[in-house]
Design a protein around this ligand. Sequence first.
Ligand code: ZN
Length: 110
Amino acid sequence: MIKKIQSIFSRQPKRMVTEDFSSPIFINARLLEAHAVNCGCGHIAIPTGEKGDTYKCVKCNEPANGPKYNLGQRTIHYGASSKPLSKSPNELLNIEFYNDAVELLKHRRR
Ligand SMILES: [Zn+2]
């Protein structure tokens, strides 16, 4: 009986990482894509880090200019009467998975 149960479980298909919408890689990719600018080569140039105004193309690696971005937590000014709302995990770039997200965007068909 135990053997039969095990064989049922082992037949379950593995989920692909890219289909996991709660994975930090996917969240990163979505965030980077949302803030991306167009590169001359036809692909997208994405933010190079959490904060700044530098971008880099996912395809040709050319630097690009764009608006300032902040994909990290908002700066909280202590002593201010109104604190800015903190972002949800879905709005934050997880720098640990930055390169994985870049890989995902590179291979995505547009
Ligand atoms: Zn490019």
